[in-house]
Design a protein around this ligand. Structure first.
Ligand code: ACO
Length: 327
């Protein structure tokens, strides 16, 4: 049976850079706190009216198609992982397809907060493994600045905007996404959420006044769950694939907090220089963090490298994937 291999990756971040120094002028915070508690130095923000996550997703997908020399009409399916869709409907995947000229094929969104990309490659790889499709595009795109409260110092320092996309194609050489685990637990629903804007609390003057359209996070509670679950699921995927720390060429973790990443790497027995890290320049871009890591580190990856992808996010949702790099 074929496995789904990543055959190309591309990323996009908007031009505007929001530094810790600028945040110091907006809320009561400082570079030392942000750097030591999170590892973040700056993040990119999408400016401009009428531009949503699809704008960045389309840039990432257009760059990907060019790179892997694939025409839009040859794509069989596009899945977009996002927590900040342009609209409640139609879905952002539909919009991205329209922008890049992919027509008459299925496209849909997956919403699993910061684990969205991991969920999306898990779903997308099934279509390749069954032989139904040959070219599946997975894109993670989030404009977190749209739901970030820039008067709340506990969350506004954390998030940034960006997108990353990969192409999945069949591989019969034993390379590709060899295993994945996805998990969720609704126990997290009150610790990390955007209260209004959905069907339970549609927008009203009151919801806006109460600032319910922004991310709410009980940071310390989420931190505890994230550290435990991201490390546990990474250990689980290593165990069931008989991998030791020494077998893993790269840990590709969701970039929410450097301290969570360090704890996961420690539990897996992986040295710091084998951990992909770009949180310092992008912050937490939610569904885009993992593909942006792959994009930034692409030139260092070698065919056959063992990668463990790991994520944790709102819901709670979390998961891991074991990938043998295919090029
Ligand atoms: N600047 C200065 N001080 C601050 C700031 C800030 N930006 N933010 C909070 N503080 C203060 C707090 O008010 C608190 O002060 P107090 O002790 O006087 O009450 C103190 O710093 C410590 O605050 P904590 O919230 O306990 O800080 P913590 O060390 O937990 O770090 C953080 C906060 C970075 C949010 C951390 O909890 C975290 O990373 N949580 C997990 C994030 C995560 O993984 N999210 C999941 C993915 S996101 C998604 O799915 C959309």
């Amino acid at each position: 049976m074929s496995k789904a291999a990543i055959t190309g990756v591309h990323g996009y971040v908007p031009d505007y850079v929001l530094t810790n120094a600028e945040l110091e002028r907006m809320v009561d915070t400082n570079d030392e706190w942000i750097t030591s508690r999170t590892g973040i130095k700056e993040r990119h923000i999408l400016k401009g009216e009428g531009m949503g996550s699809s704008h960045m997703g389309a840039k990432a997908v257009a760059g990907l198609l060019e790179k892997v020399n694939t025409k839009p009409e040859d794509v069989d399916l596009l899945i977009c992982a996002t927590t900040t869709p342009d609209f409640v409907f139609p879905c952002t995947a539909n919009l991205i397809c329209d922008m890049v000229g992919i027509r008459n094929v299925g496209s849909f969104d997956i919403q699993a907060a910061c684990s969205g990309f991991l969920y999306a490659i898990t779903v997308g790889s099934q279509f390749i493994e069954t032989g139904k499709y040959k070219k599946v595009v997975i894109v993670g795109a989030d404009k977190m600045s749209a739901i970030t409260d820039y008067t709340d110092r506990t969350t506004c320092v954390l998030f940034g905007d960006g997108a990353g996309a990969v192409m999945l194609e069949p591989n019969t050489e034993g390379l590709g996404i060899l295993d994945s685990i996805i998990k969720s637990d609704g126990v997290g629903q009150n610790h990390l959420f955007q209260k209004a804007g959905g069907s339970r609390y549609p927008p009203t003057h009151e919801t806006v006044e109460k600032r319910w359209h922004y991310v709410y996070q009980d940071g310390p509670s989420v931190f505890k769950f994230a550290v435990k679950n991201m490390a546990d699921v990474s250990a689980e995927i290593m165990e069931r694939n008989q991998l030791s720390g020494g077998d893993v060429a790269w840990l590709v973790p969701h970039q929410a907090n450097k301290r969570i990443i360090d704890a996961t790497a420690h539990r897996m027995g992986i040295q710091t220089d084998k951990v992909m890290m770009n949180i310092h320049k992008y912050g937490n871009t939610t569904a885009a963090t993992i593909p942006l890591c792959l994009f930034d580190y692409e030139s260092q990856l070698k065919k056959g490298d063992n990668l463990v992808l790991a994520a944790f996010g709102g819901g709670f949702t979390w998961g891991a994937a074991y990938v043998k790099w295919a090029y």
